[in-house]
Design a protein around this ligand. Structure first.
Ligand SMILES: NC(=O)c1ccc[n+]([C@@H]2O[C@H](COP(=O)([O-])OP(=O)(O)OC[C@H]3O[C@@H](n4cnc5c(N)ncnc54)[C@H](O)[C@@H]3O)[C@@H](O)[C@H]2O)c1
Length: 316
């Protein structure tokens, strides 16, 4: 396998649910051929409908020359889908045993030089590739963020048996299709960004549980507060600015000790049926009857505008 090998022209999408459909729309929009596979009855028509629904959005972002939803092929046969692919993006269920069996089959079916990336939100490539007998050195995590046809971040996480060339090829490929990949330096459950989200959700659930805030209050606090800054700069750069001319060194000295005191009060909630019901009812209340599709459309339109502004801005 070489990082200077032929460019990727055909991507196999394995598993065509929420993430697989988003990836399919993205790769098609970048002018690639996509061959998709999913064992679920009716998967092909759902995928074609999802790609059609995403097409106006990816068109607004900008299509590559020759990009077309007609370059999407579907086969229920995994070997056929994967055997002709230059890159495989797996998006099956988030279960280690399911992914282990699936990756054994993918590894047996894919050409030796083809990178096989899992979209897994938190599993380790080392575990997923356990039963890969042929070429485990090309198996890694390529974790996107929903919606994958808009959010640039992809976390690339190699496993213990992943080769450097596969990592380089994955980073090159994701960059070439307009993504912002980062390499995660060590396998930990949830990679990086999902752990950070989990830390926030943990405290958000706890605040609801303790009656400090409603779901609506917390969504308002983040979406109209620090979330606005987080879309522009990361938490460290934002903290650096909070320190004025003294930067992060000053803020750590000034607000570090109180922050440590807050840490000691942070919650450790469990998702009991009562808390789960409270969170679900809270979201229902906060959204005032706006349906999922409509909310996603509104978010994606704004996200597209924000990404265009960010692309034109000179921020790190
Ligand atoms: N939903 C998210 O926000 C999100 C974000 C990033 C990554 N992910 C990851 O992406 C992956 C897919 O998540 P999703 O939300 O799209 O799930 P989903 O339930 O929407 O889709 C999973 C798909 O996998 C298919 N499937 C089941 N068994 C399969 C098999 N043996 N081979 C191939 N396909 C099979 C199902 O039919 C279904 O279409 C998971 O690993 C998840 O952790 C999800």
């Amino acid at each position: 396998m070489s990082s200077t090998s032929e460019p990727v022209r055909r991507v196999a999408i394995v598993g065509t649910g929420v993430i697989g459909a988003g990836w399919a729309a993205h790769f098609l929009a970048r002018g690639l051929d996509v061959v998709a596979t999913d064992p679920s009855p009716g998967a092909e028509s759902r995928l074609r409908a999802d790609v059609a629904a995403h097409w106006p959005t990816v068109t607004r972002v900008g299509l590559a020359e020759d990009a077309s939803p007609d370059r999407l092929a579907f086969t229920a046969d995994l070997e056929t889908a994967v055997g002709q692919a230059d890159f495989v993006q797996e998006n099956g269920p988030e279960r280690e045993d399911v992914k282990q069996a699936l990756f054994a089959a993918l590894d047996a079916a894919a050409r030796p030089e083809t990178v096989i990336a899992s979209s897994s939100s938190g599993l380790a490539a080392t575990a997923i590739a356990r039963d890969c007998a042929a070429h485990p050195e090309r198996v890694l995590i390529g974790h996107p963020f929903n919606p994958p046809h808009l959010i640039p971040l992809v976390e690339v996480v190699p496993g213990e048996r992943t080769g450097e060339e596969a990592v380089a090829r994955a980073l090159d490929f994701y960059t070439a299709v307009g993504k912002k990949p980062i390499r995660v330096r060590r396998e930990v459950p949830g990679h990086i960004a999902n752990r950070l989200q989990a830390a926030l959700w943990r405290e958000a659930y706890s605040l609801v549980d303790r009656g400090v805030a409603t779901v609506r209050d917390i969504d308002t606090a983040i979406a109209h507060g620090p979330g606005l800054r987080w879309a522009l700069l990361g938490p460290f750069a934002n903290q650096h600015l909070s320190g004025g001319r003294g930067g992060i060194a000053h803020i750590l000295e000034h607000l570090g000790p109180p922050t440590e005191a807050w840490w000691r009060d942070l919650g450790d909630p469990s998702l009991t049926p009562e808390l789960t019901a409270k969170l679900v009812a809270g979201v229902d209340d906060a959204l005032d009857g706006i349906g999922v599709d409509e909310l996603a459309d509104r978010r994606d339109a704004l996200l597209h505008a924000l990404l265009a502004l960010k692309a034109a801005a000179d921020l790190p």
